[in-house]
Design a protein around this ligand. Structure first.
Ligand SMILES: Cc1cc2nc3c(=O)[nH]c(=O)nc-3n(C[C@H](O)[C@H](O)[C@H](O)COP(=O)(O)OP(=O)(O)OC[C@H]3O[C@@H](n4cnc5c(N)ncnc54)[C@H](O)[C@@H]3O)c2cc1C
Length: 452
Protein backbone atom coordinates (compact mmCIF):
# COMPACT_ATOMS: atom_id res chain seq x y z
CA UNK A 1 0.00 0.00 0.00
CA UNK A 2 1.51 3.39 -0.94
CA UNK A 3 2.06 5.82 1.91
CA UNK A 4 -1.09 7.37 3.26
CA UNK A 5 -1.03 10.89 4.57
CA UNK A 6 -3.05 10.98 7.75
CA UNK A 7 -5.76 13.58 8.22
CA UNK A 8 -4.00 15.76 10.73
CA UNK A 9 -3.02 19.24 11.73
CA UNK A 10 -0.68 20.95 9.30
CA UNK A 11 2.55 22.29 10.77
CA UNK A 12 1.33 25.85 10.35
CA UNK A 13 -1.95 25.40 12.26
CA UNK A 14 -2.13 28.11 14.86
CA UNK A 15 -4.10 28.43 18.05
CA UNK A 16 -6.42 31.32 16.95
CA UNK A 17 -7.50 29.25 13.97
CA UNK A 18 -8.29 26.29 16.20
CA UNK A 19 -10.27 28.59 18.42
CA UNK A 20 -12.22 29.86 15.42
CA UNK A 21 -12.87 26.25 14.42
CA UNK A 22 -14.31 25.42 17.79
CA UNK A 23 -16.54 28.49 17.53
CA UNK A 24 -17.64 27.34 14.09
CA UNK A 25 -18.42 23.90 15.47
CA UNK A 26 -20.59 25.34 18.17
CA UNK A 27 -22.56 27.29 15.56
CA UNK A 28 -23.22 24.32 13.36
CA UNK A 29 -26.52 22.44 13.32
CA UNK A 30 -27.09 18.81 14.32
CA UNK A 31 -24.72 17.67 11.62
CA UNK A 32 -21.98 18.51 14.11
CA UNK A 33 -18.88 19.39 12.19
CA UNK A 34 -20.85 19.53 8.96
CA UNK A 35 -19.69 22.06 6.43
CA UNK A 36 -21.63 25.16 5.65
CA UNK A 37 -23.31 23.57 2.70
CA UNK A 38 -24.90 21.14 5.03
CA UNK A 39 -27.24 23.49 6.80
CA UNK A 40 -30.66 23.82 5.23
CA UNK A 41 -34.25 22.67 5.17
CA UNK A 42 -35.03 19.43 6.95
CA UNK A 43 -37.10 16.55 5.63
CA UNK A 44 -39.53 16.80 8.48
CA UNK A 45 -40.63 20.38 7.92
CA UNK A 46 -43.88 19.52 6.12
CA UNK A 47 -46.94 17.51 7.04
CA UNK A 48 -47.36 14.30 5.05
CA UNK A 49 -49.31 14.43 1.80
CA UNK A 50 -51.70 11.55 1.08
CA UNK A 51 -51.52 10.31 -2.47
CA UNK A 52 -51.60 7.21 -4.62
CA UNK A 53 -49.29 8.80 -7.22
CA UNK A 54 -46.41 6.83 -8.72
CA UNK A 55 -43.14 8.73 -8.62
CA UNK A 56 -40.22 7.33 -10.57
CA UNK A 57 -36.68 8.50 -9.80
CA UNK A 58 -34.11 7.79 -12.52
CA UNK A 59 -30.72 7.50 -10.80
CA UNK A 60 -29.95 6.43 -7.25
CA UNK A 61 -26.83 8.49 -6.60
CA UNK A 62 -26.50 11.57 -4.41
CA UNK A 63 -29.57 13.39 -5.74
CA UNK A 64 -31.76 10.33 -6.38
CA UNK A 65 -31.33 8.88 -2.90
CA UNK A 66 -31.83 12.26 -1.24
CA UNK A 67 -35.04 12.72 -3.24
CA UNK A 68 -36.27 9.19 -2.40
CA UNK A 69 -35.80 9.76 1.30
CA UNK A 70 -37.46 13.16 1.30
CA UNK A 71 -40.41 11.85 -0.71
CA UNK A 72 -40.79 8.81 1.51
CA UNK A 73 -41.02 11.14 4.49
CA UNK A 74 -43.34 13.61 2.81
CA UNK A 75 -45.81 11.18 1.24
CA UNK A 76 -48.32 8.72 2.58
CA UNK A 77 -49.65 5.97 0.29
CA UNK A 78 -47.67 6.89 -2.82
CA UNK A 79 -45.49 4.48 -4.80
CA UNK A 80 -41.85 5.54 -5.18
CA UNK A 81 -39.54 3.69 -7.56
CA UNK A 82 -35.79 4.26 -7.92
CA UNK A 83 -34.21 3.03 -11.16
CA UNK A 84 -30.43 2.47 -11.04
CA UNK A 85 -28.30 -0.53 -11.99
CA UNK A 86 -25.45 0.38 -9.65
CA UNK A 87 -25.31 -1.51 -6.36
CA UNK A 88 -22.39 0.51 -5.00
CA UNK A 89 -22.78 4.08 -3.85
CA UNK A 90 -19.79 6.32 -4.52
CA UNK A 91 -18.96 9.24 -2.26
CA UNK A 92 -17.39 11.15 -5.12
CA UNK A 93 -16.14 14.21 -3.19
CA UNK A 94 -13.73 11.71 -1.58
CA UNK A 95 -12.20 10.63 -4.91
CA UNK A 96 -9.69 13.52 -4.76
CA UNK A 97 -8.67 12.43 -1.27
CA UNK A 98 -8.13 8.81 -2.40
CA UNK A 99 -6.11 10.02 -5.39
CA UNK A 100 -4.01 12.11 -3.00
CA UNK A 101 -3.10 9.27 -0.65
CA UNK A 102 -5.14 10.84 2.16
CA UNK A 103 -7.92 8.24 2.33
CA UNK A 104 -8.11 4.56 1.33
CA UNK A 105 -10.27 3.42 -1.57
CA UNK A 106 -12.95 1.94 0.67
CA UNK A 107 -13.55 5.41 2.16
CA UNK A 108 -15.65 6.28 -0.89
CA UNK A 109 -17.62 3.06 -1.42
CA UNK A 110 -20.82 2.03 0.34
CA UNK A 111 -24.02 0.37 -0.91
CA UNK A 112 -27.02 1.96 -2.64
CA UNK A 113 -29.31 -0.27 -0.54
CA UNK A 114 -27.91 1.29 2.67
CA UNK A 115 -29.73 4.55 1.93
CA UNK A 116 -32.97 3.34 0.35
CA UNK A 117 -35.90 4.09 2.62
CA UNK A 118 -38.37 1.39 3.59
CA UNK A 119 -41.16 0.89 1.11
CA UNK A 120 -39.29 2.39 -1.84
CA UNK A 121 -39.01 0.02 -4.79
CA UNK A 122 -35.56 -0.33 -6.37
CA UNK A 123 -35.45 -1.45 -10.00
CA UNK A 124 -31.88 -2.62 -10.54
CA UNK A 125 -31.55 -1.67 -14.18
CA UNK A 126 -30.68 1.41 -16.21
CA UNK A 127 -33.30 3.64 -17.72
CA UNK A 128 -32.95 3.12 -21.47
CA UNK A 129 -35.71 5.43 -22.66
CA UNK A 130 -37.73 8.27 -21.18
CA UNK A 131 -40.94 9.25 -22.95
CA UNK A 132 -42.40 12.30 -21.22
CA UNK A 133 -45.34 12.48 -23.66
CA UNK A 134 -46.69 9.10 -22.56
CA UNK A 135 -45.16 9.42 -19.07
CA UNK A 136 -43.12 6.26 -19.11
CA UNK A 137 -39.60 5.04 -18.50
CA UNK A 138 -38.35 1.91 -20.26
CA UNK A 139 -35.54 0.06 -18.50
CA UNK A 140 -32.54 -1.74 -20.00
CA UNK A 141 -34.21 -5.07 -19.17
CA UNK A 142 -37.36 -4.13 -21.05
CA UNK A 143 -39.63 -3.16 -18.16
CA UNK A 144 -42.01 -0.22 -18.66
CA UNK A 145 -42.63 2.05 -15.69
CA UNK A 146 -45.56 4.44 -16.01
CA UNK A 147 -45.28 7.47 -13.77
CA UNK A 148 -47.31 10.39 -12.54
CA UNK A 149 -44.20 12.34 -11.59
CA UNK A 150 -40.63 11.81 -12.70
CA UNK A 151 -37.41 12.97 -11.06
CA UNK A 152 -34.35 12.61 -13.25
CA UNK A 153 -31.21 12.33 -11.12
CA UNK A 154 -29.01 10.37 -13.49
CA UNK A 155 -25.83 12.36 -12.94
CA UNK A 156 -23.63 12.81 -15.98
CA UNK A 157 -21.61 10.81 -18.47
CA UNK A 158 -17.81 10.93 -18.40
CA UNK A 159 -17.03 10.92 -22.12
CA UNK A 160 -13.55 9.36 -22.14
CA UNK A 161 -14.25 8.03 -25.66
CA UNK A 162 -14.13 11.62 -26.95
CA UNK A 163 -10.36 11.70 -26.29
CA UNK A 164 -8.58 9.65 -28.97
CA UNK A 165 -5.88 7.45 -27.43
CA UNK A 166 -7.40 7.46 -23.94
CA UNK A 167 -7.77 4.05 -22.33
CA UNK A 168 -9.34 3.97 -18.88
CA UNK A 169 -7.97 0.44 -18.35
CA UNK A 170 -4.48 1.96 -18.25
CA UNK A 171 -5.13 4.50 -15.49
CA UNK A 172 -2.32 3.96 -12.99
CA UNK A 173 0.20 2.92 -15.65
CA UNK A 174 2.77 4.99 -17.54
CA UNK A 175 2.10 8.14 -15.54
CA UNK A 176 -1.60 8.13 -16.46
CA UNK A 177 -4.02 9.37 -13.83
CA UNK A 178 -7.73 10.20 -13.85
CA UNK A 179 -9.40 11.00 -10.56
CA UNK A 180 -12.96 11.14 -11.94
CA UNK A 181 -13.47 7.65 -13.36
CA UNK A 182 -14.10 5.47 -10.28
CA UNK A 183 -12.78 4.65 -6.81
CA UNK A 184 -10.39 2.13 -8.40
CA UNK A 185 -9.09 4.76 -10.82
CA UNK A 186 -8.68 7.29 -8.00
CA UNK A 187 -6.54 4.73 -6.13
CA UNK A 188 -4.56 3.90 -9.28
CA UNK A 189 -4.04 7.63 -9.90
CA UNK A 190 -2.48 7.90 -6.45
CA UNK A 191 -0.11 5.05 -7.35
CA UNK A 192 0.91 6.97 -10.49
CA UNK A 193 1.25 10.30 -8.71
CA UNK A 194 3.18 8.81 -5.82
CA UNK A 195 5.80 7.17 -8.01
CA UNK A 196 6.04 10.33 -10.12
CA UNK A 197 6.59 12.42 -6.97
CA UNK A 198 9.53 10.20 -5.99
CA UNK A 199 11.41 11.13 -9.16
CA UNK A 200 9.88 14.40 -10.32
CA UNK A 201 9.45 15.47 -13.94
CA UNK A 202 6.69 17.16 -15.93
CA UNK A 203 3.12 16.98 -14.65
CA UNK A 204 0.26 18.13 -16.87
CA UNK A 205 -3.20 19.13 -15.63
CA UNK A 206 -6.29 20.42 -17.41
CA UNK A 207 -10.09 20.50 -17.41
CA UNK A 208 -12.60 19.88 -20.18
CA UNK A 209 -14.36 22.65 -22.09
CA UNK A 210 -17.79 21.20 -21.25
CA UNK A 211 -19.78 21.72 -18.07
CA UNK A 212 -18.29 19.51 -15.37
CA UNK A 213 -18.92 18.26 -11.87
CA UNK A 214 -16.85 19.92 -9.17
CA UNK A 215 -14.93 22.36 -11.32
CA UNK A 216 -12.59 22.90 -8.39
CA UNK A 217 -11.27 19.32 -8.50
CA UNK A 218 -8.77 19.85 -11.38
CA UNK A 219 -7.32 22.82 -9.48
CA UNK A 220 -7.21 21.00 -6.14
CA UNK A 221 -5.36 18.11 -7.67
CA UNK A 222 -2.78 20.44 -9.19
CA UNK A 223 -2.11 22.04 -5.80
CA UNK A 224 -1.99 18.65 -4.07
CA UNK A 225 0.49 17.30 -6.63
CA UNK A 226 2.68 20.37 -6.12
CA UNK A 227 2.66 19.72 -2.37
CA UNK A 228 3.59 16.05 -2.76
CA UNK A 229 6.57 17.00 -4.93
CA UNK A 230 7.70 19.48 -2.29
CA UNK A 231 7.36 16.92 0.49
CA UNK A 232 9.43 14.39 -1.47
CA UNK A 233 12.08 17.00 -2.30
CA UNK A 234 11.55 16.73 -6.06
CA UNK A 235 9.67 19.97 -6.77
CA UNK A 236 12.79 21.88 -7.86
CA UNK A 237 13.46 19.41 -10.66
CA UNK A 238 9.84 19.31 -11.74
CA UNK A 239 7.57 21.35 -13.93
CA UNK A 240 3.83 21.63 -13.31
CA UNK A 241 1.62 22.87 -16.15
CA UNK A 242 -2.05 23.76 -15.68
CA UNK A 243 -4.08 24.12 -18.89
CA UNK A 244 -7.21 26.26 -18.54
CA UNK A 245 -9.95 25.60 -21.09
CA UNK A 246 -10.71 29.32 -21.54
CA UNK A 247 -9.24 32.58 -20.25
CA UNK A 248 -10.03 31.92 -16.58
CA UNK A 249 -9.22 29.32 -13.94
CA UNK A 250 -12.66 29.36 -12.33
CA UNK A 251 -16.09 30.67 -13.31
CA UNK A 252 -16.25 33.12 -10.38
CA UNK A 253 -13.83 35.95 -11.29
CA UNK A 254 -12.57 36.68 -7.76
CA UNK A 255 -11.82 32.99 -7.18
CA UNK A 256 -10.12 32.74 -10.57
CA UNK A 257 -7.84 35.63 -9.65
CA UNK A 258 -7.00 34.04 -6.30
CA UNK A 259 -6.10 30.78 -8.05
CA UNK A 260 -3.92 32.71 -10.52
CA UNK A 261 -2.03 34.27 -7.61
CA UNK A 262 -1.60 30.93 -5.87
CA UNK A 263 -0.36 29.26 -9.07
CA UNK A 264 2.16 32.08 -9.48
CA UNK A 265 3.24 31.70 -5.87
CA UNK A 266 3.71 27.91 -6.25
CA UNK A 267 5.51 28.18 -9.60
CA UNK A 268 2.75 26.41 -11.54
CA UNK A 269 3.05 27.25 -15.23
CA UNK A 270 -0.25 28.11 -16.84
CA UNK A 271 -1.52 27.82 -20.39
CA UNK A 272 -4.84 29.42 -21.33
CA UNK A 273 -7.38 28.20 -23.90
CA UNK A 274 -5.99 24.68 -24.04
CA UNK A 275 -8.34 21.70 -24.31
CA UNK A 276 -7.09 18.11 -24.30
CA UNK A 277 -7.66 16.74 -27.82
CA UNK A 278 -5.85 13.37 -27.76
CA UNK A 279 -3.27 11.41 -25.83
CA UNK A 280 -0.50 8.94 -26.65
CA UNK A 281 -0.18 6.89 -23.47
CA UNK A 282 2.86 4.91 -24.65
CA UNK A 283 4.83 8.00 -25.67
CA UNK A 284 3.42 10.08 -22.79
CA UNK A 285 2.41 12.98 -25.00
CA UNK A 286 -0.82 14.96 -24.64
CA UNK A 287 -2.10 17.04 -27.55
CA UNK A 288 -4.11 20.15 -26.77
CA UNK A 289 -6.38 22.21 -28.99
CA UNK A 290 -5.39 25.89 -28.91
CA UNK A 291 -6.87 28.96 -30.63
CA UNK A 292 -4.04 28.64 -33.19
CA UNK A 293 -4.06 24.89 -33.83
CA UNK A 294 -2.64 22.13 -31.66
CA UNK A 295 0.15 21.89 -29.12
CA UNK A 296 1.94 18.78 -27.87
CA UNK A 297 2.83 18.55 -24.20
CA UNK A 298 5.12 15.66 -23.22
CA UNK A 299 4.56 14.57 -19.62
CA UNK A 300 5.73 12.18 -16.93
CA UNK A 301 2.39 12.39 -15.10
CA UNK A 302 -1.02 13.53 -16.36
CA UNK A 303 -4.47 13.80 -14.79
CA UNK A 304 -7.01 13.29 -17.58
CA UNK A 305 -10.47 14.82 -17.03
CA UNK A 306 -12.82 13.96 -19.89
CA UNK A 307 -15.63 16.03 -21.39
CA UNK A 308 -18.89 15.59 -19.48
CA UNK A 309 -22.36 15.40 -20.95
CA UNK A 310 -25.85 14.36 -19.95
CA UNK A 311 -26.29 10.56 -19.98
CA UNK A 312 -27.57 9.22 -23.32
CA UNK A 313 -31.00 8.43 -21.89
CA UNK A 314 -31.53 12.17 -21.34
CA UNK A 315 -29.55 13.43 -24.35
CA UNK A 316 -31.68 11.25 -26.62
CA UNK A 317 -34.95 12.30 -25.02
CA UNK A 318 -37.22 15.35 -25.44
CA UNK A 319 -36.16 16.41 -21.93
CA UNK A 320 -32.93 18.01 -23.16
CA UNK A 321 -32.54 21.70 -23.86
CA UNK A 322 -33.52 22.30 -27.49
CA UNK A 323 -31.43 25.45 -27.99
CA UNK A 324 -28.89 27.50 -26.07
CA UNK A 325 -25.64 26.71 -24.24
CA UNK A 326 -26.86 23.43 -22.69
CA UNK A 327 -28.42 21.91 -25.81
CA UNK A 328 -25.34 20.37 -27.41
CA UNK A 329 -24.46 18.20 -24.44
CA UNK A 330 -28.07 17.32 -23.73
CA UNK A 331 -28.49 18.81 -20.24
CA UNK A 332 -32.07 18.82 -18.96
CA UNK A 333 -34.24 21.85 -19.66
CA UNK A 334 -35.31 22.79 -16.17
CA UNK A 335 -36.19 26.08 -14.53
CA UNK A 336 -33.09 27.18 -12.65
CA UNK A 337 -35.02 28.14 -9.50
CA UNK A 338 -37.57 25.30 -9.23
CA UNK A 339 -35.75 22.47 -11.08
CA UNK A 340 -39.07 21.73 -12.77
CA UNK A 341 -38.94 20.85 -16.46
CA UNK A 342 -39.89 23.83 -18.60
CA UNK A 343 -42.09 21.82 -20.99
CA UNK A 344 -43.14 18.84 -18.86
CA UNK A 345 -44.36 20.16 -15.49
CA UNK A 346 -44.59 16.72 -13.89
CA UNK A 347 -40.87 16.17 -14.50
CA UNK A 348 -37.98 17.50 -12.38
CA UNK A 349 -34.22 17.35 -13.00
CA UNK A 350 -31.83 17.52 -10.05
CA UNK A 351 -28.10 17.11 -9.55
CA UNK A 352 -25.49 17.01 -12.28
CA UNK A 353 -27.96 16.37 -15.12
CA UNK A 354 -29.78 19.68 -14.59
CA UNK A 355 -29.10 22.29 -17.26
CA UNK A 356 -28.61 25.24 -14.93
CA UNK A 357 -25.84 27.84 -14.84
CA UNK A 358 -24.05 26.64 -11.70
CA UNK A 359 -24.03 23.55 -9.59
CA UNK A 360 -22.85 20.03 -10.40
CA UNK A 361 -21.69 19.47 -6.84
CA UNK A 362 -23.06 17.47 -3.93
CA UNK A 363 -23.44 20.83 -2.22
CA UNK A 364 -25.88 21.98 -4.90
CA UNK A 365 -27.74 18.65 -4.64
CA UNK A 366 -28.24 19.49 -0.98
CA UNK A 367 -30.11 22.66 -1.89
CA UNK A 368 -31.76 21.61 -5.15
CA UNK A 369 -33.50 18.43 -4.01
CA UNK A 370 -35.59 19.92 -1.17
CA UNK A 371 -36.79 22.63 -3.58
CA UNK A 372 -37.78 20.13 -6.30
CA UNK A 373 -39.45 17.84 -3.74
CA UNK A 374 -41.34 20.77 -2.24
CA UNK A 375 -42.73 21.70 -5.67
CA UNK A 376 -43.61 18.09 -6.41
CA UNK A 377 -45.43 17.64 -3.10
CA UNK A 378 -47.26 20.95 -3.60
CA UNK A 379 -48.42 19.80 -7.05
CA UNK A 380 -49.77 16.58 -5.57
CA UNK A 381 -51.56 18.54 -2.85
CA UNK A 382 -52.96 21.00 -5.40
CA UNK A 383 -50.96 23.86 -3.91
CA UNK A 384 -48.19 26.21 -5.04
CA UNK A 385 -44.70 26.09 -3.62
CA UNK A 386 -42.56 29.19 -3.23
CA UNK A 387 -39.33 27.24 -2.65
CA UNK A 388 -36.53 28.55 -4.81
CA UNK A 389 -32.94 27.43 -5.48
CA UNK A 390 -30.51 30.34 -5.79
CA UNK A 391 -27.68 28.42 -7.43
CA UNK A 392 -25.80 27.81 -4.20
CA UNK A 393 -22.79 25.63 -4.68
CA UNK A 394 -19.65 25.05 -2.74
CA UNK A 395 -16.13 23.95 -3.44
CA UNK A 396 -13.65 23.16 -0.69
CA UNK A 397 -10.59 24.02 -2.77
CA UNK A 398 -7.57 22.26 -1.26
CA UNK A 399 -4.51 24.40 -1.84
CA UNK A 400 -1.99 22.20 -0.05
CA UNK A 401 -2.22 19.22 2.28
CA UNK A 402 -3.63 20.65 5.49
CA UNK A 403 -5.22 23.76 3.97
CA UNK A 404 -8.19 24.66 1.80
CA UNK A 405 -10.40 27.57 0.79
CA UNK A 406 -14.11 26.97 1.40
CA UNK A 407 -15.51 28.73 -1.64
CA UNK A 408 -19.31 29.08 -1.71
CA UNK A 409 -21.22 31.03 -4.34
CA UNK A 410 -24.57 31.39 -6.13
CA UNK A 411 -25.94 31.93 -9.64
CA UNK A 412 -24.88 35.57 -9.55
CA UNK A 413 -21.27 34.75 -8.61
CA UNK A 414 -21.87 36.26 -5.17
CA UNK A 415 -19.67 34.66 -2.56
CA UNK A 416 -22.04 33.21 0.04
CA UNK A 417 -19.92 32.24 3.06
CA UNK A 418 -21.96 30.33 5.61
CA UNK A 419 -19.73 31.39 8.48
CA UNK A 420 -18.83 35.00 7.76
CA UNK A 421 -16.13 36.18 10.13
CA UNK A 422 -15.21 32.59 10.98
CA UNK A 423 -14.41 30.94 7.68
CA UNK A 424 -13.13 33.42 5.10
CA UNK A 425 -13.81 32.01 1.64
CA UNK A 426 -10.59 33.11 -0.05
CA UNK A 427 -8.19 32.32 2.76
CA UNK A 428 -6.21 29.11 2.88
CA UNK A 429 -7.36 27.66 6.21
CA UNK A 430 -6.93 24.54 8.23
CA UNK A 431 -10.62 24.78 9.23
CA UNK A 432 -11.66 24.45 5.62
CA UNK A 433 -9.33 21.45 5.23
CA UNK A 434 -10.97 19.79 8.22
CA UNK A 435 -14.37 20.48 6.67
CA UNK A 436 -13.33 18.76 3.46
CA UNK A 437 -11.47 15.80 4.92
CA UNK A 438 -13.53 15.04 8.00
CA UNK A 439 -16.89 16.79 8.16
CA UNK A 440 -18.22 16.51 4.63
CA UNK A 441 -18.69 12.75 4.45
CA UNK A 442 -20.91 12.29 7.54
CA UNK A 443 -23.05 15.24 6.54
CA UNK A 444 -23.21 14.02 2.91
CA UNK A 445 -24.44 10.63 4.15
CA UNK A 446 -26.96 12.40 6.35
CA UNK A 447 -28.13 14.31 3.26
CA UNK A 448 -28.67 11.00 1.40
CA UNK A 449 -30.95 9.90 4.24
CA UNK A 450 -32.91 13.13 3.87
CA UNK A 451 -31.83 14.34 7.29
CA UNK A 452 -29.44 17.17 6.46
C1 LIG B 1 -13.41 13.85 -8.36
C2 LIG B 1 -14.67 14.48 -7.84
C3 LIG B 1 -14.61 15.42 -6.80
C4 LIG B 1 -15.77 16.03 -6.33
N1 LIG B 1 -15.65 16.90 -5.28
C5 LIG B 1 -16.78 17.45 -4.76
C6 LIG B 1 -16.71 18.31 -3.63
O1 LIG B 1 -15.65 18.56 -3.07
N2 LIG B 1 -17.86 18.85 -3.15
C7 LIG B 1 -19.07 18.60 -3.73
O2 LIG B 1 -20.08 19.11 -3.25
N3 LIG B 1 -19.18 17.80 -4.83
C8 LIG B 1 -18.06 17.21 -5.35
N4 LIG B 1 -18.16 16.37 -6.44
C9 LIG B 1 -19.42 16.31 -7.22
C10 LIG B 1 -20.51 15.43 -6.64
O3 LIG B 1 -20.03 14.17 -6.32
C11 LIG B 1 -21.63 15.32 -7.68
O4 LIG B 1 -22.01 16.61 -8.09
C12 LIG B 1 -22.85 14.60 -7.11
O5 LIG B 1 -22.52 13.26 -6.84
C13 LIG B 1 -24.01 14.68 -8.10
O6 LIG B 1 -25.07 13.87 -7.70
P1 LIG B 1 -26.01 13.17 -8.81
O7 LIG B 1 -26.99 12.38 -8.07
O8 LIG B 1 -26.44 14.17 -9.79
O9 LIG B 1 -25.02 12.20 -9.60
P2 LIG B 1 -24.35 10.86 -9.04
O10 LIG B 1 -24.11 10.96 -7.58
O11 LIG B 1 -23.19 10.62 -9.95
O12 LIG B 1 -25.46 9.74 -9.27
C14 LIG B 1 -25.99 9.44 -10.54
C15 LIG B 1 -26.62 8.06 -10.47
O13 LIG B 1 -27.37 7.87 -11.65
C16 LIG B 1 -27.14 6.56 -12.11
N5 LIG B 1 -27.45 6.51 -13.55
C17 LIG B 1 -26.73 6.98 -14.59
N6 LIG B 1 -27.34 6.73 -15.75
C18 LIG B 1 -28.49 6.10 -15.43
C19 LIG B 1 -29.56 5.56 -16.20
N7 LIG B 1 -29.57 5.63 -17.52
N8 LIG B 1 -30.57 4.95 -15.55
C20 LIG B 1 -30.59 4.87 -14.19
N9 LIG B 1 -29.60 5.35 -13.42
C21 LIG B 1 -28.57 5.96 -14.04
C22 LIG B 1 -25.71 6.25 -11.75
O14 LIG B 1 -25.49 4.84 -11.67
C23 LIG B 1 -25.59 6.94 -10.40
O15 LIG B 1 -25.89 6.07 -9.34
C24 LIG B 1 -17.02 15.70 -6.90
C25 LIG B 1 -17.09 14.73 -7.93
C26 LIG B 1 -15.94 14.12 -8.38
C27 LIG B 1 -16.03 13.07 -9.45
Amino acid sequence: MPDLIPTRLPDQADIPERRRFLTALSLLPAAGAGAAWMSGPTAHAQPQVNSRAHIVIVGGGAAGLTAANRLATGLQGAKITVVDARKEHYYQPGFTLVASGIKPQNYVVTGTADYLPQGVEWVQASAAEIDPESRKVVTSDGKTLNYDFLIVASGLKLDYAAIPGMDTERIGQNGLGSIYHSPQAAQATWTSLSSFADKGGVAVFSRPATEMKCAGAPLKYTFISDDHLRRRGTRSKSEIIYNAHNKAFFSVPIVSEKVRMLFEDRGVKTRMERVLASIDIDKRVATFKTPDGTEEQPYDFINVIPPMRAPDVVRNSPLRWQTGPWAADGWMEVDRHTLRHKRYPNVFGVGDVAGVPKGKTAASVKWQVPVAVDHLLASIAGKESTASYNGYTSCPLITRLGQAMLVEFDYKDNLTPSFPGIIAPLEELWISWVMKTMALKPTYLSMLRGRA
